[in-house]
Each structure stands twice: as structure tokens, then as C-alpha cells.
Design a protein around this ligand. Structure first.
Ligand code: ZN
Length: 235
């Protein structure tokens, strides 16, 4: 039986690795992205070129890559007051969470992914949530994702499986996974074409890609890359 997957694909390092992971495994792989008026909306512009480059990398992947769905979640930007959806400083909040945390974001993403998967007859939903390097985001936890899987299956009378291949690995291992899946070509594509920086800075090119180099997202990506290349780096 053919296996269909829908990948939450933002245009960043993690979701690009997840997309390659899914293309390696499943017969047809569709992608879904969300415009929630994120400060780093430039990541949305990375999606098309990254999809095209992945398809060009491997004939099997060309065949498997299916439709892309972009969902307008501007309403999330409207109701959120966070450093990811407005021009405010990235700090720690009194709740002990980074001000980049957008409450409800992954819950909404998974709910919309479930609705699209339902319509498209897709069983597997793949996301790059990660509990190891998760910046303390509670909606990246394995328990949250498992609870959403249960809620979607109950609420839509389906048997969705939410897969999170990065859940228990760190950023260095994510780079390694990309290398295992697509060799240096995939590592280079991720460096050149994906976007991670919260501040949407693409003016500086580092060995690990474009970004301001200092925001939490850049720091994680940089430390992970240097560890992946064999350097001893303190976080
Ligand atoms: Zn940055």
C-alpha cells in the first residue's frame, strides 16, 4: 500500500531535514507552511527554492514530492504579542519562557495539518518538533505532540500518525541526519537555502548559513553545525 505523508515545512533547517527524511521513506510527500506574519517571513520565500532543489537532488525524490499548501494564519499574528510576531526584544518572560514563544502556534499548525491531511487522505503528519534543543517551548514536547495526535484522531475519527524524527536528537545530530540522507549536497543546500534566524537577517553568510549570528535560533544552528564538523563547542 502506498504511504502518504504531509510535512510541516517552514523553510528552515529542521523542517528541510524532515522533508528529506519523509522523501526517503514515503511514496508521496506533500508540504504545508504557515504565514502567521512571523518576523522572519523571509523563511516562506525559502520554501519554493528548497523544495525545487530537493526534488532535483534525487530522481526518487522528484517523483515523490507532491503538492504544497500555504495556509494564511494572519489571525495568529493578530492575537499574539511575542518577539516572533512583532518588533520587540528577544528576552526571557516572567513565565520563564523566551519571548519568541508564540502560544498555540504548534497546536494550530497541527490542527490545520490534520484538516489538510484529512482532505488529502494522508495518514502521516511529519513535524520538526524537538525536545532536546527546544528553547523551552512547551508545544515542542513529545507529550504535547502525542496529545495532539490523540485529539486529532478523536476529533476527526482518523488514524493519523504524527512523526517527529528530530524529537530526541540535538542540532549536531540534525546536521548529521541531513548528511546521511543526502550527503554533502543536502548539507550545502541547508546552509545556503534554508532560513533559521529569528531576526530575518540574510545579510551575513556564516559557515552554517545566513543569519544575525546572535539570536537564539542562530546560536543553536551555529553551535550544532560546529559540533557536527567535529569542533568542541560550549553551548
Ligand atoms: Zn539570528
Amino acid at each position: 500500500m502506498k504511504e502518504f505523508a504531509l510535512v510541516l515545512f517552514s523553510g528552515g533547517q529542521d523542517s528541510t531535514t524532515c522533508l528529506a527524511w519523509a522523501l526517503d521513506r514515503y511514496d508521496t510527500v506533500e508540504t504545508i507552511g504557515f504565514d502567521y506574519r512571523q518576523r522572519h517571513r523571509v523563511e516562506l520565500d525559502c520554501r519554493g527554492p528548497v523544495r525545487d532543489a530537493l526534488a532535483a537532488m534525487n530522481p526518487r525524490w522528484t517523483e515523490r514530492l507532491g503538492a504544497d499548501h500555504v495556509i494564511d494564519l494572519g489571525v495568529l499574528g493578530q492575537i499574539s504579542d511575542t518577539a516572533l510576531t512583532s518588533e520587540t526584544a528577544i528576552t526571557m518572560t516572567s513565565a520563564g519562557l523566551p519571548s519568541t514563544f508564540v502560544p498555540g502556534r504548534n497546536l494550530l499548525f497541527l490542527a490545520f495539518a490534520g484538516a489538510v491531511a484529512y482532505r488529502r487522505g494522508i495518514k502521516r503528519i511529519v513535524g520538526g518538533m524537538c525536545e532536546t534543543d527546544f528553547s523551552g517551548y512547551p508545544d515542542c514536547r513529545d507529550d504535547t505532540v502525542k496529545a495532539m495526535q490523540l485529539a486529532l484522531n478523536l476529533g476527526m475519527a482518523q488514524r493519523f500518525v504524527i512523526e517527529t524524527p528530530l524529537m530526541w536528537i540535538d542540532k549536531a545530530a540534525t546536521w548529521r541526519m541531513a548528511q546521511d540522507l543526502g550527503g554533502e549536497a543536502l548539507v550545502s543546500l541547508i546552509v545556503e537555502a534554508t532560513h533559521t534566524c529569528y531576526l530575518a537577517d540574510r545579510s551575513k553568510r556564516h559557515e552554517w548559513g545566513y543569519g544575525c549570528g546572535t539570536c537564539p535560533a542562530c546560536s543553536l544552528r551555529a553551535v550544532g553545525y560546529r559540533r557536527f564538523r567535529g569542533e568542541t563547542v560550549r553551548a
